[in-house]
Design a protein around this ligand. Structure first.
Ligand SMILES: NC(=O)C1=CN([C@@H]2O[C@H](COP(=O)(O)OP(=O)(O)OC[C@H]3O[C@@H](n4cnc5c(N)ncnc54)[C@H](OP(=O)(O)O)[C@@H]3O)[C@@H](O)[C@H]2O)C=CC1
Ligand SMILES: CC(=O)C(=O)O
Ligand SMILES: [Mg+2]
Length: 567
């Protein structure tokens, strides 16, 4: 479809006029239906009088706290997590401040609803539960006019974009256009966990089709009904998008690539990391959070990172991204070249252990991990041969850490470190219960999606959540507040260090290697401060001069969900 520029110009003029008239008569019924300003029953009598709300609300006036309490009561009555998700999305669309207040005040309870695992189910069923559209859909139909499409978005001062093409949604595969739930969910966390203003956040889904036959045959599917565009057609659409974003929002807008398939993810990151403020959360955010957990766990297992041996199940974005950051950190600590430190890390993919005899047929991101070793087919054999101290699941395939695998880990490690990172819960390589039971309570365990605390032989274990949600909100805030123009690996290391430093003895005593999410805003401020400091140190910051107290500055930048008083 071609864009008619003249028509678009006239439409924009009309919109500006409407906007002005909206501002002039921004009251009454319209005000109640504007999610950014609506306060529902919390409008005071004075506000009701001044803004033509009399009679549009029942007479009682309640506090925001009571509204949160009532909403939580309603949400807790839903038995099905997807119903809770839909209630939350309705709230976000009707009263944004109440949505964020509720999410911030009940973060541990609500994170599994707006994020993994429930967001995965929401994406699978997005077509059926689709109500009001959230985010911006850029499909092949928009080719040639993406710049104009971006201008249709109501907010102009965008600071963060989370973009997916829906091809690898969590461990659920290709969900096409229905992947939109992921950018929407991630950006809700940017605000709730990192304090970035909601109006500065833009969720985007690039729709180039889907290869998911079920969706193509689903009458409720909301995306393009065609197989995925690839090659030049794909690259051109992505390039137009990346250029249009920079043209529209400037070079300081942060673009987070999320849940792209690995055959595009690495290339997109390499291509745009020198021209845009961009990072890939699955490769880099995940690496930073896992490194933090590993550094923290050294306090329990002892030794340095270099004393450990790491084995991954899954050698894609998450696996090789984490592997590289571990190797980089060991290299920094030991002054050994990274080519040497990589030898501490082994990866298994769907064909077995990655070894030198497979080098020729390996994708480029696996080649650095093809060490000298006999071919090994199964994970169990790899565990028995390599004898890792740390086992990390990034395969996207559930229940692949079998009893035999975990028992083997526990047979040569006093405290085996076992991380099942794959999401959602159904794809986790093992459950918390399996990790603790099969290791006789000795495993140090964390998972990508949350597991409830459990008892084993009279002791309560609290499984931690190793999820990039600890990192990207603080990382993003640090980049934004320093006006950074590029993401550098040292910023990921700084974020990791800041997170590891937040784990307390009390957390360790419960078996945690991450601090609880209830303190996440303070943690994000610490991460943001360290990231911003690194941006200034590297000469990549543009907001000068550097504030004296970066943690305080980060806190002062954070969005507050408290209602404002209207005159
Ligand atoms: N906790 C967190 O914060 C995060 C978790 N994740 C999760 O990690 C998982 C993987 O994501 P990502 O790395 O991006 O995906 P990729 O598709 O890039 O990589 C998956 C890897 O797993 C391998 N694999 C698949 N099936 C098997 C199997 N049966 N046995 C051994 N290896 C297998 C693939 O092998 P091959 O290359 O041979 O096909 C590939 O190397 C997802 O479930 C995702 O949700 C991702 C990011 C963050
Ligand atoms: C957490 C995340 O980014 C993923 O599972 O893809
Ligand atoms: Mg992801």
């Amino acid at each position: 479809m071609r864009c008619n520029f003249e028509h678009h110009y006239l439409m924009r003029k009309r919109c500006c006029f409407l906007l002005l008239t909206c501002q002039l008569f921004y009251s009454g019924y319209t005000l109640l239906r504007d999610p950014h300003h609506n306060k529902g029953l919390a409008f005071t009598d004075k506000e009701r009088g001044a803004h033509y709300l009399r009679g549009l609300l029942p007479p009682t006036v309640v506090s925001q706290e009571l509204q949160v309490k009532k909403m939580m009561h309603i949400i807790r009555q839903y038995q099905v997590p997807l119903q809770k998700y839909m209630a939350m999305m309705d709230l976000q669309e009707s009263n944004e401040k109440l949505f964020y207040k509720l999410l911030i005040d009940n973060v541990e309870e609500m994170l599994p609803i707006v994020y993994t695992p429930t967001v995965g189910e929401a994406c699978q069923k997005y077509g059926s539960i689709f109500g009001r559209p959230q985010g911006l859909y850029i499909s092949l139909k928009e080719k040639g006019c993406i710049h104009e499409v971006l201008r249709n978005w109501p907010e102009k001062n965008i600071e963060v974009i989370v973009v997916t093409d829906g091809e690898r949604i969590l461990g659920l595969g290709d969900l096409g256009c229905q992947g939109m739930g992921i950018p929407v969910g991630k950006l809700a966390l940017y605000t709730a966990l990192g304090g970035v203003r909601p109006s500065a956040c833009l969720p985007v889904t690039i729709d180039v089709g889907t290869n998911n036959e079920n969706l193509l045959n689903d009458e409720y599917y909301i995306g393009l009904r065609q197989r995925r565009a690839t090659g030049q057609e794909y690259a051109e659409l992505l390039h137009e998008f990346m250029s249009a974003v920079k043209q529209t929002y400037g070079e300081k807008v942060l673009i987070q690539f999320e849940d792209f398939a690995n055959h595009n993810a690495f290339d997109l990151l390499a291509k745009y990391s020198t021209t845009h403020l961009v990072f890939n959360d699955d490769i880099q955010g995940t690496a930073s959070v896992v490194l933090a957990g590993l550094v923290a766990s050294l306090k329990v297992v002892g030794g340095t990172l270099a004393d450990h041996t790491f084995l991954f199940l899954g050698a894609g974005e998450a696996g090789t991204g984490i592997a590289e950051l571990i190797a980089l950190e060991i290299s920094k600590q030991t002054n050994m070249p990274v080519e040497e430190t990589r030898k501490k890390v082994w990866l298994v993919d769907s064909k077995g252990l990655i070894v030198s005899s497979r080098r020729e047929s390996l994708q480029h991101f696996k080649k650095p991990w093809a060490h000298e070793h006999e071919p090994v087919k199964t994970l169990l054999d790899a565990v028995n041969d390599i004898k890792p101290t740390v086992l990390i699941g990034t395969s996207g395939v559930g229940r692949t850490f079998t009893k035999e695998v975990i028992e083997a880990m526990a047979s040569f490690n006093e405290k085996p470190i076992i991380l099942s990172l794959s999401n959602p819960t159904s794809q986790s390589e093992c459950t918390a219960e399996e990790a603790y039971t099969w290791s006789q309570g000795r495993a140090i365990f964390a998972s990508g999606s949350p597991f409830a605390p459990l008892e084993y032989e009279g002791k309560t274990f609290v499984p931690g959540q190793a999820n990039n949600a600890y990192i990207f909100p603080g990382l993003g805030l640090g980049l934004i507040m320093s006006g950074a123009i590029r993401v550098h690996d040292d910023m990921l290391l700084a974020a990791s260090e800041a997170l590891a430093a937040q784990v307390t003895q009390e957390n360790f005593d419960k078996g945690l290697i991450y601090p609880p999410f209830k303190n996440i805003r303070r943690i994000s401020a610490e991460i943001a401060a360290k990231v911003a400091a690194k941006a200034y140190e590297l000469g990549l910051a543009t907001r000068l001069p550097m504030p004296k107290d970066l943690v305080k500055h980060a806190e002062s930048c954070m969005y507050s969900p408290a209602y404002k008083t209207f005159r």
